[in-house]
Design a protein around this ligand. Structure first.
Ligand code: AMP
Ligand code: MN
Ligand code: MN
Length: 317
């Protein structure tokens, strides 16, 4: 796909990504915004996204992000990035559905091809990688390069997850050649933690529980704890990674409370278990080694159910 050709004569374009936008979502949305601003100046480009973390505010176009669609705004084309299903673009679904043409650029294996044109590459590390391949290489500016690099480092865990390929590194190398400050991007947008984030990380690790012969680990954070430390769910991102690194662990599970008996659940695995299949059993989705879902019930009910599914997967092998 060549994104500018795909847009044809479209003059008013909307761009969005999934709810609770992460680095890849924000990077791909703003990467496309910058690319179109630079190379298709006649297009009225509009970015709609739930407010991303301020850690990503160095990305050019961050200030242009709108959190609501203007009433009666009509789009010739609407592009969704890093999003596997239409229910994950609320509250922008109406703008998307009413557009003349819809395009999805994504890398989720669970993507259900909800747009008119779907460019979905499940083997790609990130939506940014898929997006970059829709660009003319010579037309990528430094601003766009910062966005693409950011998305890649976030979805590869700084080039370490199994989704990282030769092609991923090739694109990252090209972005480095554009003169971006890659060390700062990695430290400030990926590794940096606030003091309270470190405190709640420490607490979650302290209270983590190993089970299934040490192959699984889980931990959870309640709303009261989040209120006490003054953190939101989005700021708990690094906890699941540290749980996953535990020696001997195959599957890490992290839950945080979003309502009464309601949890956001993150799953990560190392080599054997397909966590996207577990998430799908709960109506969620994701990738083989990183997936998530929302569930009702107590922590123990949810973790027990996940444990049963893990046992079934081991039994099938
Ligand atoms: P997370 O644990 O939230 O970092 O999510 C890991 C991966 O699973 C990401 O690629 C998400 O896009 C995907 N994911 C998380 N939650 C859901 C959900 N409720 N539905 C579909 N995919 C999800
Ligand atoms: Mn994402
Ligand atoms: Mn992604």
């Amino acid at each position: 796909m060549n994104i500018i050709k795909e847009l044809g004569a479209a003059k008013v374009v909307g761009i969005t990504g999934h709810i609770r936008p992460d680095g890849d979502c924000t990077g791909s949305v703003l990467g496309l915004y910058n690319y179109l601003k630079d190379n298709a100046p006649d297009i009225d480009v509009n970015v709609y996204l739930e407010q991303p973390s301020d850690k990503l505010s160095y990305l050019n176009g961050f200030d242009a992000i709108k959190n609501v669609i203007e009433p009666d705004k009509k789009f010739d084309a609407f592009i969704v990035l890093d999003c596997s299903s239409i229910d994950r673009i609320e509250p922008f679904a109406d703008g998307f559905k009413n557009a003349d043409k819809t395009i999805c650029i994504d890398h989720h294996i669970s993507n259900d091809s909800f747009a008119d044109v779907n460019n979905v590459i499940p083997t790609a590390s990130s939506a940014c990688e898929v997006l970059y391949d829709t660009f003319d290489a010579g037309k990528v500016s430094r601003n766009t390069a910062e966005c693409i690099y950011t998305g890649i480092i976030h979805d590869t865990g700084v080039f370490k997850y199994s989704c990282t390929s030769f092609h991923t590194m090739e694109i990252a190398g090209k972005m480095m050649q554009m003169g971006i400050d890659y060390s700062d991007i990695i430290d400030n947008s990926f590794y940096k933690k606030s003091y309270v984030q470190n405190q709640i990380l420490g607490r979650a690790l302290l209270e983590s529980v190993l089970f299934y012969d040490g192959k699984c680990i889980f931990s959870s954070v309640t709303r009261d704890e989040m209120d006490f430390y003054g953190v939101t769910g989005r700021e708990l991102g690094g906890i699941i990674e540290q749980l996953r690194l535990t020696d001997g662990v195959e599957v890490a599970i992290f839950l945080y409370e979003t309502g009464d008996n309601e949890y956001k659940v993150s799953l990560r695995s190392k080599k054997e278990i397909d966590v996207s299949r577990i998430a799908a059993c709960f109506g969620g989705g994701g990738h083989i080694r990183a997936a998530g879902f929302n569930a009702k019930g107590t922590v123990y009910e949810i973790v027990n159910r996940i444990g049963e599914i893990i046992e079934q997967q081991y039994a099938q092998e």
